[in-house]
Write a protein that binds this ligand. Structure first.
Ligand SMILES: Nc1ncnc2c1ncn2[C@@H]1O[C@H](COP(=O)(O)OP(=O)(O)OP(=O)(O)O)[C@@H](O)[C@H]1O
Ligand SMILES: [Mg+2]
Length: 215
């Protein structure tokens, strides 16, 4: 497979579903309607150019998605990853995954959702996911509502995952607080301020409960 997005489009007839500064998501239809490839650009030079030979971003995402699924957290089904061996390749790596059509990210879903019971149901499920990750001693590197896809029936799927085991308890608690800030920011004004506060409180409460329960 080519590493170059336009050539992916030409050789595979793969339409680009999303393009952001660091990634191109192309669906590999018509060969497989369900699947997508994420072509990942290096974010920082020379860090990523070196790190990719050990654990490229696609591999980190692949492993995290599998780990989340093993914990029962709904995450995008992943099928494989690849790395570009050339040091200055435009795309450092690629992730093969299932494409989930008809979804929007959790913030947009919440914004468009007038029913507060439905809004809270989703937020509570996300809080449980977040608590479950941190209770196991892991930090999620990009834990925000833009990385949760929600389908028409309100089912969530975590995408763009990266997990890091943090052995130091104080550091983990600090990371958890940073994640709560990131989640809060990514909510913007999608739900009332009181619900934003309740969401943070629920994340903390669930983490406490999970930690106590697992002792
Ligand atoms: N498997 C998928 N199915 C459907 N849409 C997807 C899928 N993967 C990614 N997307 C869409 O592409 C967008 C960008 O994907 P992703 O978050 O993986 O890339 P990114 O470059 O890390 O983006 P960002 O920096 O904006 O977080 C997502 O917000 C989502 O809208
Ligand atoms: Mg993302």
């Amino acid at each position: 497979m080519s590493w170059d997005a336009p050539r992916v489009r030409n050789s595979l007839d793969a339409p680009v579903a999303n393009e952001s500064p660091y990634a191109v998501i192309a669906t590999t239809a018509p060969y497989s309607r369900a699947d997508a490839v994420k072509l990942i650009r290096p974010r920082s030079w020379p860090r990523d150019a070196v790190r990719k030979y050990f654990r490229c971003q696609a591999r980190r995402e692949y492993e995290a998605a599998q780990q989340l699924a093993a914990w029962g957290i709904p995450s995008i089904p992943v099928h494989g990853w690849g790395v570009a061996l050339a040091p200055r390749a435009r795309y450092e790596s690629m992730l093969l995954m299932t494409y989930q059509p008809g979804c929007q990210n959790a913030r947009r879903y919440l914004e468009a959702q007038p029913d507060s019971v439905t809004q809270w149901r989703l937020l509570e499920a996300i809080a449980a996911d977040v608590a479950a990750i941190y209770a196991r001693g892991y930090h999620h590197n990009d834990c925000h509502l833009g990385n949760v896809l929600v389908d028409g029936t309100g089912n969530r799927t975590w995408i763009d995952n990266e997990l890091r085991l943090i052995r130091n308890v104080k550091q983990l608690a600090h990371r958890f607080e940073q994640t709560l800030i990131l989640l809060d920011r990514s909510l913007k004004q999608a739900v009332p301020a009181a619900m934003k506060q309740a969401f943070q409180a629920r994340c903390r409460e669930l983490l406490r409960q999970t930690q106590t329960g697992s002792r």
